[in-house]
Design a protein around this ligand. Sequence first.
Ligand code: AMP
Ligand code: MN
Ligand code: MN
Ligand code: MN
Length: 279
Amino acid sequence: MSELNADLHSHSNRSDGVLTPTQLATRAVANGVQLWALTDHDRMSGIEEARAVAQSYGVRMLNGVEISSQFDDCQVHVVGLDIRLDYAPMNEGLARVRGGRMERGQRIAERLQALGIHGAFDGALACAVKPTRLSRLHFALWLTDQGHTHSKQDAFERYLGQGKPAYVEHEWATLEQAVGWIRDAGGVAVLAHPGCYALKPEREQALFETFRDLGGMAVEVVTGSHSEEDTRKYERQALRYGLMASRGSDFHDANGMRYDLGIMPPLPASLTPVWRLWE
Ligand code: AMP
Ligand code: MN
Ligand code: MN
Ligand code: MN
């Protein structure tokens, strides 16, 4: 039996992706996605539009979101799947998390200016659909476009990543809030791209244990920012912590991550796919 083509992590221009929800849904159809989740950062406003298109082509969709959260001093992303869209505490919480992106952007630009890079705020803003959606990714796009960095990755490594000179803190949800909102909205919490967090082994253990104890159900194993080595490592971690596994491209745009929407390796056979919950 061939495995279901599930892509449970992707972005539209309602957050920092480049395609509209409709364009993304069309791509999901073209790429043969069978179970899809649009998981914009801290925002669920694109889902209805995407669903209308996906459904008309017979692509099944789960309501999704990627919540920016904080575990101690580490920014951790939690994907929520199959959530209710009308759960007020979650919607109010996400509105708080979304707030202040423009102010943070101004502070990032001030830091860049102090490093001799001028015009970053207007530049990054021009890359975003709306000022309220301004993301570090838009700064990375502008820095690369202007030749200040070689690539988006380089922009994060040199300026924008946690602890780098233009990094500015933002008040995200706590990990507990993120998992709690998702569960209370009837959904399933998935720890997104654990290979990105660069935690020491004991901190990573604490993250996995805390996530699981809060009621987190799954971990992303195959995802756009994971190397093959990361995939093998988090296969072991999923088994160790008794978590189900998820697969999601984290698609933002055609020249971004490693994988196109729905086009990536299958999950390792030893793991229980999180989509068993919806089969
Ligand atoms: P923000 O939500 O504004 O803090 O921006 C985080 C976004 O930047 C993520 O959702 C990714 O799209 C992008 N990002 C973070 N780290 C990297 C990286 N190392 N390389 C490329 N993109 C990244
Ligand atoms: Mn993003
Ligand atoms: Mn993420
Ligand atoms: Mn993402």
